[in-house]
Design a protein. Structure first.
Ligand code: NAD
Ligand code: MG
Length: 397
């Protein structure tokens, strides 16, 4: 019997994983060591009971008592706070899903990587902020790193049985998000509700807004470079509004392998959960007769500077990915709070990257978790450098 942990069980990815696990006959369901969440205590308690988890952890230290109350008499251990979460994530398992959102997922993901057989990674921020470190930890523990992001799952599947040395290009598909056809002037006035209307995928709030700015694709370009060891130049992005082709790999002979499917994250999560086997999954099947067309467009760097910033972070190496991500998280919070407009998010990230470009703590050849956390904190505390070299406030950026 396999033992598994789910970090971020109450999120969009976590709920999809929960759905897949609950569909399995009880006798085939893995033993669950840990489920974690943050503020949604009733749901976390409900999942912990349904999955008979050993321990339930809320990252929110103030919610420990509420979680203990919700699980009273169940025999399920309870813990609260981010240190407790990282400690619980280090419990030995055969398979762990890393589905916390943002840089907050890094420490628990590294703890899991050191103590699990297979790390199913949805938390792309771990690879963006600390790719070299995560891969080092996996190599030392013998942990297999499996992608859960749909594009990377597609690439992983398109690479099966092939040689990485024979790959010429990886072509990441991007839906283009809700503003694919909007002008820059329209985007400048985009509201939170408009940014939350993703045309194809049903995801958490933060990644949905990141899809609208294309920062999600920017993180995914870095994730591809880190995960598959291809050079930044080998990673291309094509806008494909239907999100049916989840990504493609081109080989040196010109052959392209693509993975297709309905836009449903249970496909990629189920693949990672059952790998190396494939089992029946409750995802819609493609009907090519009604699909009728697949469209493609080039990326537009003027309206979506995020991809250019990702390429810059890859070219600079070190902890520039951690800076990009932290500045992006700050800008996202400000946009959600209504304090900056939509286009100011990318301007903020670029300004922070400019300000920290030559900083000693960012340009490290190798780093540990503490160094990544320092870079993250530095980026969060940095005012963006504007075009004039002046230091504007965030709202002017
Ligand atoms: P979400 O916001 O829906 O859920 C996030 C989970 O993390 C929740 O369980 C939440 O309680 C927990 N959490 C939030 N803040 C935390 C903190 N400070 N410490 C610990 N736990 C915390 O997010 P999501 O959309 O499920 O995305 C999760 C990850 O998967 C992200 O890295 C995202 O980029 C990636 N991803 C998501 C999708 C998707 O379809 N949603 C697709 C591909 C990749
Ligand atoms: Mg994706």
């Amino acid at each position: 019997m396999r033992r598994i942990s789910i970090l971020g069980a109450t999120g969009s990815i976590g709920r999809n994983a929960f759905d897949l696990l609950m569909r399995l006959p009880e006798a085939e369901r893995p033993e669950v060591e840990l489920v974690s969440g943050a503020s949604n205590i009733p749901e976390l308690a409900c999942q912990a009971k349904a999955l008979k988890a050993r321990i339930a952890v809320t990252a929110d230290a103030g919610q420990g008592a509420a979680l203990a109350e919700a699980l009273k008499g169940s025999g399920i251990e309870v813990a609260a706070g981010s240190d407790a979460l990282t400690e619980a994530a280090a419990r030995p398992t055969d398979w762990t899903l890393s589905a916390i959102v943002g840089a907050a997922g890094l420490a628990p993901t590294l703890a899991a990587a050191a103590n699990t057989g297979t790390l199913a990674l949805a938390n792309k921020e771990s690879l963006v902020c600390a790719g070299a470190l995560l891969k080092q930890v996996c190599a030392a523990s013998g942990c297999t790193l499996l992608p859960v992001d749909s594009e990377h799952s597609a690439i992983f599947q398109a690479l099966r049985g092939e040689r990485l040395s024979e790959v010429s290009r990886i072509i990441l598909t991007a839906s283009g998000g809700p503003f694919r056809t909007w002008s820059r002037a329209q985007m400048a006035k985009a509201t939170l509700d408009e940014a939350l209307c993703h045309p194809n995928w049903d995801m958490g709030q933060r990644i949905t807004i990141d899809s609208a700015t294309m920062f999600n694709k920017a993180l995914e370009v870095i994730e591809t470079h880190q995960l598959f060891g291809v050079s930044p130049e080998q990673v291309e992005v094509v806008v494909h509004p239907q999100s049916i082709i989840h990504s493609m790999v081109e080989y040196r002979d010109g052959a392209i392998m693509a993975q297709l499917g309905a836009p449903d994250m249970r496909g990629a999560i189920g693949f990672a959960l059952n790998w190396p086997e494939r089992i029946d999954l409750p995802v819609e099947r493609l009907d090519f007769a009604t699909l009728s067309r697949l469209d493609f467009e080039p990326e537009d760097p003027d309206r979506f500077p995020a991809l250019r910033l990702a390429r810059r972070a890859m070219a600079r190496g070190g902890l520039h990915g951690a800076v990009l991500n932290a500045a992006k998280e700050v800008a996202l919070d400000l946009f959600i709070a209504g304090e900056i407009d939509f286009l100011a998010m990318a301007a903020h990230v670029e300004g922070v990257m400019d300000a920290l470009d030559t900083h000693r703590e960012i340009n490290l050849a190798s780093y540990d978790l503490a160094a990544v956390q320092r870079a993250d904190a530095l980026a969060r505390a940095t005012e963006p450098l504007g075009e004039t070299g002046a230091v504007p406030t965030v709202s002017e950026a």
